[in-house]
Design a protein around this ligand. Structure first.
Ligand SMILES: Nc1nc2c(c(=O)[nH]1)N[C@H]1C(S)=C(S)[C@@H](COP(=O)(O)OP(=O)(O)OC[C@H]3O[C@@H](n4cnc5c(=O)[nH]c(N)nc54)[C@H](O)[C@@H]3O)O[C@H]1N2
Ligand SMILES: Nc1nc2c(c(=O)[nH]1)N[C@H]1C(S)=C(S)[C@@H](COP(=O)(O)OP(=O)(O)OC[C@H]3O[C@@H](n4cnc5c(=O)[nH]c(N)nc54)[C@H](O)[C@@H]3O)O[C@H]1N2
Ligand code: SF4
Ligand SMILES: [Mo]
Length: 732
């Protein structure tokens, strides 16, 4: 791995030195709400955070930030936030305040009791999205699980990107071989099932996703956006409207066009070594272009055009998102995304797909990690990349047996609203636990069933370094932050909570670095997150970098490289012959399934898809007045022709019905919608959380329309997009 010398203290204009914090009102920090992790300047009045703004000089975000961090300033001081430890004093959601000491003792005693009687497998973690961006909580969480012997981790991966991981396994032999699209140097970008102008970045950490895509066009290239809805991203570039859930037909059509071009064999040789190419070419050629076009609802000419564009482009990438993961053929779609790049020689090549690179890279280094070697106990859902599907948790708690889940450690998760088809089932199951503890900013629809609720810090109240997103950056940088304010009320950091509970259980601290822990304990102290970060930095490719050095001397971060390394993505591939596998077992089984799949009959004429609104963050930004002003209306977007067919007018109410359930929503007629498609924002349906504004907005939970049983075949992902539904007018 190349070594990078530490640049001199920032050559970029320095905002304000945080060391001078007491005397100034502006300090540098960074946002940890989503993958982008943008640099921010926080304006303080004493110890009170007043405002945040983008850091125009930041090496990573270069002046971008959205409105969410300002929304989080409001949430930090929100009276609805939980800032005192609480214990259950009655039914769900009924809590009384207590002290940290008492709350931690209860957690230690109850977890010990379950562990002593039923063994560590009776305790499980339930982790949501926000904990991914909190490095110390992430690291101490690993240490906590190791100390207690917890091996069951339920996560939101099966609603997010598990099928990307199973595609990595099919193609590169390892769920952790993660390709990153070299957006800054490519000549052609196909954005499929993603909306980076609103969601900013997924599976990459790139605040400037719009500028990156604009740069493709500026270089004379093209940006093609495949989406059933004319999103902000589709609007800005070239839109290809597709029928939801049919992406493999579109991508296979594109592959066929590429394979039929006589230049293809020569093109394929430009990139990494590929296996199964002849077999794949035969398969692609066996598809009929007219059938592909009919199935995906994209004109044949458009498919031919895209195939031609990939053949001609000097370099090309595909950028996929949740729209292509959380659907019926998620794994196959992801496999085909990379396949068309393999066919055109764009794997492990500048401007194509490359491996990530970071000063701290925590990607597991064990080669050949497979999915599904472990499964959820009751329903046999696959574990992918260390995560069991949160939708499988309810059955693992409720289904009788000696190996039931009996205790749960919940952190930053709201699966009652976010897991596919599992919400009500999970609510019933949570009541059957012997014990559960939750760490959150709010009491939400899920943790209101916990026995103990622990108030944890917001990103403004803790030190951090982007440990988990570093490897996702397209232009590697390093930066860190100290907490910019003291915790509000009694809020404490999650890492400290983990450490306290494992110590009180008599199992030692939860610091993941045992050597460091021993050294600190010899001094009568406990190790800090900054010390762990320093040790991880010291093991990385950048020499001389420390947490304090970054905080004190590099408030705008440091640029480490302008490019990602070439050759690393396919270096020592743990596949049979070391090549990228184009004709994997997964591809073959999924193509057979695709061909056999019959769309449901006319009882279900419409298809449901999700929508991420500007400023939303899954379930938890709805209490912010800035992001969700008073006039906000929760609405399903529909096409005018579908409204006519249903006899509903703009602003009217409809019942959306799927085979799994039904919800009532207000409709908004939008010309951005494709006919036959209904789009409903995800993460709503608040009831019973402490967030009163969120509860007051009328909003339904689209996951009630998601099937619990009918899941994606390889990764076990919930099918959240392309759900067959019908729409009925509600007459009051
Ligand atoms: N239908 C449908 N369902 C979906 C999706 C979809 O597109 N459509 N998207 C899926 C995706 S991609 C994801 S990632 C999941 C998200 O699913 P979840 O992670 O379950 O939900 P979130 O709303 O992100 O956050 C959960 C909780 O974290 C808390 N929180 C916020 N900040 C912090 C913090 O700093 N520390 C702690 N401890 N807690 C904090 C919030 O208050 C909230 O209660 O939803 C999935 N569900
Ligand atoms: N504002 C905002 N930003 C967010 C979040 C948020 O909740 N709000 N959540 C964050 C999280 S946790 C994540 S994982 C990322 C997700 O990042 P993205 O995946 O980029 O986010 P989405 O907006 O859900 O984009 C999915 C797109 O797929 C389209 N789509 C739906 N079905 C299909 C289909 O069958 N085929 C195709 N081709 N397209 C389809 C949808 O119309 C939508 O435009 O965003 C992050 N950023
Ligand atoms: S894009 Fe994501 S990381 Fe950047 S400011 Fe918005 S929420 Fe924060
Ligand atoms: Mo996500």
């Amino acid at each position: 791995m190349p070594t990078v010398a530490l640049p001199m203290p920032s050559s970029l204009p320095v905002a304000r030195n945080p060391i001078l914090r007491e005397k100034t009102t502006s300090v540098s920090t960074y946002c940890r709400i989503c993958e982008a992790c943008c640099g921010l300047i926080a304006e303080l009045d004493g110890d009170r955070l007043v405002r945040v703004r983008p850091n125009t000089a930041h090496a990573h975000s270069r002046g971008f930030s959205c409105n969410k961090p300002q929304g989080l300033v409001e949430l930090t001081y929100d009276p609805d936030r939980i800032t005192t430890p609480m214990v259950r004093s009655g039914g769900p959601g009924e809590f009384s305040p207590t002290t940290w000491d008492k709350a931690l003792d209860i957690c230690a005693a109850k977890l010990s009791a379950v562990r002593d009687e039923f063994g560590p497998q009776a305790i499980a973690n339930l982790r949501g999205n926000p904990p991914f961006f909190e490095s110390a909580g992430f690291l101490w969480g690993l240490g906590f699980s190791a100390a207690l012997g917890i091996s069951r981790n339920y996560t939101i991966n099966a609603e997010d990107g598990a099928s990307r991981l199973t595609a990595n396994e099919a193609l590169y032999g390892d769920v952790n071989r993660f390709p990153r699209p070299d957006l800054w140097h490519t000549d052609l970008a196909l954005v499929i099932g993603a909306n980076p102008l609103i969601a900013r970045s997924t599976r990459v950490s790139e605040p400037q996703s719009r500028e990156a895509l604009d740069s493709v066009v500026a270089r004379g290239g093209r940006v093609l956006v495949v989406d059933p809805r004319r999103t902000a991203t589709a609007e800005r570039y070239e839109h290809i409207s597709i029928r939801p859930g049919t992406d493999p037909w579109f991508l296979m059509g594109v592959c066929k066009v590429i394979c039929e071009n006589h230049q293809m064999p020569k093109l394929a040789q430009r990139g990494a070594a590929i296996s199964g190419i002849d077999e794949f070419v035969l398969l692609a050629k066996s598809f009929d272009l007219d059938e592909c076009a009919a199935k995906c609802g994209v004109e044949r000419e458009a498919i031919v055009d895209v195939g031609g564009a990939f053949t001609k482009a000097a370099s090309a990438v595909v950028y996929g998102g949740t729209g292509t993961c959380a659907q019926r053929f998620g794994t196959l779609t992801n496999i085909l995304q990379d396949t068309l790049l393999a066919l055109t020689g764009n794997i492990d090549r500048p401007g194509g797909l490359l491996a990530g690179w970071a000063a701290i890279d925590l990607t597991p280094q064990t080669p050949g990690v497979k999915s599904g070697t472990r499964r959820s106990r009751a329903e046999g859902r696959p574990e992918v990349g260390g995560g069991l599907p949160s939708a499988g948790l309810a059955a693992d708690i409720a289904h009788p047996g000696i190996d039931r889940v009996r205790a749960l450690v919940i952190r930053g998760n709201n699966s009652v609203l976010t897991s596919g088809g599992g919400g009500k089932r999970l609510e019933a199951a949570l009541e059957k636990l012997d014990f559960s503890v939750a760490m959150d900013l709010y009491m939400n629809e899920t943790n209101r069933y916990a026995d103990v609720l622990l108030p944890v810090t917001t990103m403004y109240e803790r030190d951090d370094y982007p440990v988990t997103t570093g490897n996702m950056q397209l232009r590697p940088t390093a930066y860190a932050t100290r907490a910019v304010i003291s915790p509000v009320g009694d809020a404490r950091d999650a890492w400290w909570v983990f450490d306290e509970v494992s110590r009180r259980m008599g199992l030692g601290g939860s610091c993941p670095d045992k050597e460091l822990q021993a050294l600190a304990e010899a001094r009568g102290e406990r190790p800090t997150p900054a010390e762990v970060i320093d040790r991880l930095l010291a093991r990385g490719p950048v020499k001389g970098l420390t947490f304090e050095e970054l905080v004190a001397n590099h408030p705008n971060g440091i640029r480490l490289r302008d490019t990602l390394p070439v050759g690393k993505l396919t270096e020592n591939l743990p596949t049979e012959d070391g090549g990228v596998q184009l004709y994997s077992l997964q591809l073959r089984s999924e193509v057979a399934r695709l061909r056999a799949y019959a769309e449901p009959d006319a009882t279900w004429p419409l298809r449901l898809i999700g929508r991420r609104e500007k400023g939303s963050q899954n379930t938890w930004m709805h209490n912010s007045r800035l992001v969700y002003p008073d006039g906000y209306t929760f609405a399903a977007h529909i096409h005018a022709a579908d409204a006519d067919a249903c006899g509903v007018e703009d602003g009217g109410e409809v019942r959306l019905v799927s085979a799994a359930g039904s919800i009532v929503v207000t409709v908004s007629i939008q010309d951005s919608m494709r006919q036959g498609v209904v789009s409903v924002p995800n993460g709503w349906g608040h009831r019973g959380g402490s967030w009163q504004r969120a509860n007051a907005f009328r909003g339904s939970n689209s996951n009630e329309l998601v099937s619990h049983e009918d899941v994606e075949a390889v990764a076990g992902m919930s099918i959240l997009n392309g759900i067959p539904i019908r729409m009925e007018r509600v007459t009051s």
